[in-house]
Design a protein around this ligand. Structure first.
Ligand code: TTP
Ligand code: MG
Ligand code: MG
Length: 348
């Protein structure tokens, strides 16, 4: 069985936790372009905001027109912080399931014989450790799991068997199938294909003529109920990070460094496993106001997991403490700029 996990209104949910005053408000995450005060696009919006028609990709100005006055919070995107939370979720999923592929900042696919049970455990763990809601779909195929999750959103868990999966996919309109974009949808509409099951009525030769061998075959297989039963390849990971909460808010270098040491060991297990050496090291500092700061250094000669970096860590922590007077709530470590141990770069 496969499971598909997608975080609910991910960036906006994280910001809700950071801003307790956001409770009940419309929360809009904005990518400000800086040209004028309000130019830019909406990254995402919480479910309250969706009720007013605010959507990802919409100009911020339009979202401001739709949002209820005095009941909305427009916040700038903080990708660094969301990436750190995503890395923590990634860690939890990999602790639980054997085969995992991350497909976006807030989405994972996993294969596991015990997927229904694992899904439940994971959902609870993410709630307990990060106080975040997600939705998980479980099905006999990767596509089925993803579509089950879409139907169960938000805060849902939906497990379906093979016949329920077939019915769900057959009856879905083609536009709702992940991978079928507006162009393919339009071409299918002109063939009279509305639901996925209508694809079975079209001669596969014709589908291949129109969409090419690969997509044409894929569409035909969808129509006859043959779905992918393998996780796709994982895209090359470009960094590994671990982040953790300090036992109390502090700026004591000793306490901070001992937490970093713990996180370093976890991240290095991964480096060792994946046979990577690295060229950059960052320490992430999350202050008591939940702002994220990073101090980084890079190395001309790549370092192996076995090399001691205590001095580098000390240096980065000291540099941060010198310029920022705030107490720290959480710290993290990140390794990047990977090279395979043979010396060849993996980052083309
Ligand atoms: P999604 O999972 O597509 O959306 P979501 O998590 O906000 O909401 P849902 O509950 O429906 O899953 O995307 C994950 C994050 O990616 C999202 O929180 C913000 C970002 N994103 C953008 O920046 N721009 C976009 O157009 C989309 C779709 C997402
Ligand atoms: Mg999501
Ligand atoms: Mg997503």
């Amino acid at each position: 069985m496969f499971l598909h996990l997608d975080m609910d209104y991910f960036f906006a949910q994280i910001e809700e936790k950071r801003h307790p005053e956001a409770e009940g408000l419309v929360v809009v995450i904005c990518v400000f372009s800086g040209r004028t005060k309000d130019s830019g696009a909406v990254s995402t919006v919480n479910y309250e905001g969706r009720e007013y028609g605010i959507k990802s990709g919409m100009p911020i100005i339009n979202a401001k027109r739709l949002a209820p006055v005095g009941k909305s919070l427009f916040l700038p995107i903080d990708k660094e912080y969301y990436g750190a939370i995503s890395a923590q979720i990634n860690f939890l999923i990999r602790q639980e399931c054997k085969k995992v592929v991350q497909s976006s900042i807030d989405e994972w696919n996993a294969e596991d014989d015990l997927a229904p049970k694992k899904a439940e455990v994971l959902k609870n763990k993410i709630k307990k450790e990060l106080d975040l809601n997600c939705t998980i779909g479980v099905a006999p195929s990767v596509l089925g799991a993803k579509m089950a999750a879409a139907l169960a959103k938000p805060d849902g868990l939906k497990t379906i068997d093979a016949s329920e999966e077939r019915k769900m996919i057959d009856e879905s309109i083609v536009e709702k199938v992940p991978g079928i974009g507006p162009k393919t949808n339009q071409a299918l509409q002109s063939l009279g294909v509305k639901q996925v099951k209508d694809l079975a009525k079209i001669d596969p030769i014709k589908l291949i003529e129109i969409f090419g061998r690969k997509s044409g075959t894929h569409l035909h297989n969808l129509g006859i109920g043959e779905y992918e039963r393998e996780l796709g390849p994982e895209k090359e990971q470009e960094e590994v990070s671990r982040i953790g909460t300090l036992s109390h808010e502090t700026r004591d270098p000793q306490l901070i460094l001992s937490k970093i040491d713990e996180l370093e060991k976890e991240a290095k297990d991964w480096l060792m496993e994946m046979k990577k050496s690295y060229k950059s090291l960052s320490i992430i500092f999350i202050t008591q106001d939940l702002k994220t700061h990073t101090k980084s250094m890079s190395f001309h000669n790549p370092k192996m997991w076995s090399q001691d970096i205590t001095n580098e860590e000390k240096e980065l922590v000291a540099a941060f403490l010198k310029e920022n007077p705030a107490n720290l709530r959480r710290v993290g470590i990140r390794f990047g700029g990977f090279l395979d141990r043979g010396g060849q770069t993996t980052l083309f």
